[in-house]
Design a binder for this molecule. Structure first.
Ligand SMILES: Nc1ccn([C@@H]2O[C@H](COP(=O)(O)O)[C@@H](O)[C@H]2O)c(=O)n1
Ligand SMILES: O=P(O)(O)OC[C@H](O)CO
Length: 320
């Protein structure tokens, strides 16, 4: 426990800024279990992973902020405990001595509707939408996408976005259980209810941000709970319209990396436009006394993910 996986150090060179990362804590006060495909899940222990993460981030002393990649509480949390569970996990995040930025995931939305969840996590959310950008300095911008913008979970049952998502799923997934990808082939397996899409308005907002960043010569890191490229994700975990989002991103040269959660396994790849995709290892899948969290040192020509224990270190070089 606690070993740091750093690949290459740059003696003497200070990062422009650094931030902590953790994903898929999916805490619940319930016995250990497993995913649908049998991967063990440690619901009680996962909050210990977060506690050790916060301790290590605080000891580091040079982390500017933390990004939580979503799913703080598991969908199996008993409904009458949801609010307290979210507050309990959020309380652990608040022990970090700096700002914490949250992304929402499907499991957050199984527990609480957006109108309760977003204010609790202090997500800047006009009209309940959870996309925003962070400016950590003049050279970089971090874009947080809301992958459940169009989704059958989290919005009120009769909300136009719920209806749009249900209609979409009805067309794309013939199974009566819309969480099941059974019979869907290849990348079509992403058309399940535990995923979602980035809506039209958000796509236009993203395009505007990337235009602006290009003008300002800023490099951009895109964060989304759902992975944006099949090379860093199982086919079942991808954003429904990852291709539309990447089409927008690929029109610009400013995006250097896309970071995500949801897939749980931990993967890294570089796409055809030289953009790094890194999906993070889940805290939930850490057997007792093991960890999965890290921090990213940001330089003008690379991101260096220093992972702890099960989170692999990753060096992401790019053309500045
Ligand atoms: N290959 C799969 C994966 C999932 N499902 C359905 O989704 C639900 C949630 O899955 P978890 O892995 O998060 O437990 C699960 O209960 C299934 O309904 C599936 O059908 N096939
Ligand atoms: O975190 P879950 O339970 O939504 O699982 C997501 C899986 O990685 C999708 O295959």
């Amino acid at each position: 426990m606690g070993s740091t996986n750093v690949l290459v150090s740059s003696p003497g060179k200070q990062p422009l800024f650094s931030f902590g990362v953790v994903s898929d804590v999916q805490h619940a006060d319930i016995p250990d279990g497993h995913s649908f495909i049998g991967v063990p899940r440690y619901y009680r222990h996962s909050i210990r992973v977060l506690q050790r993460a916060v301790q290590k981030w605080n000891n580091h002393q040079n982390l500017n902020f933390v990004i939580n990649f979503g799913d703080i509480v598991d969908g199996k949390c008993p409904p009458d405990q949801s609010l307290d569970a979210v507050k309990k996990v959020n309380n652990e995040f608040q022990k970090f001595k700096g700002p914490v930025f949250h992304l929402i995931g499907n499991h957050c939305l199984y527990n609480l509707p957006r109108d309760i969840l977003l204010p609790l996590l202090k997500i800047p959310a006009p009209n309940g939408q959870a996309y925003y950008d962070i400016s950590p300095g003049p050279e970089y911008r971090i874009v947080v996408l809301d992958g459940y913008d169009i989704s059958a979970i989290g919005w009120p049952q009769v909300h136009p976005k719920t209806l749009q998502a249900l209609e979409f799923l009805e067309k794309k997934n013939p199974n009566s259980d819309k969480n099941s990808p059974a019979g869907l082939l290849g990348l079509e397996r992403r058309f399940v209810m535990f995923n979602g899409a980035v809506g039209r308005e958000q796509l236009e907002w993203l395009d505007g941000i990337l235009q602006d960043s290009t003008k300002l010569k800023q490099k951009v890191i895109v964060c989304c709970h759902l992975p944006l490229d099949p090379c860093a994700s199982s086919q079942e975990a991808l954003l429904w319209n990852y291709d539309e989002v990447m089409n927008v991103i690929h029109q610009y040269k400013c995006v250097k990396a896309c970071l995500s959660g949801h897939d749980h396994k931990g993967r890294h790849c570089i796409d055809s436009h030289g953009i790094h995709h890194r999906s993070f290892e889940a805290a939930l899948e850490c057997p007792p006394e093991t960890d999965a969290f890290g921090h990213i040192d940001v330089y003008d020509n690379r991101l260096l993910l220093c992972g702890t224990d099960r989170m692999q270190g990753t060096e992401m070089y790019f053309n500045p």
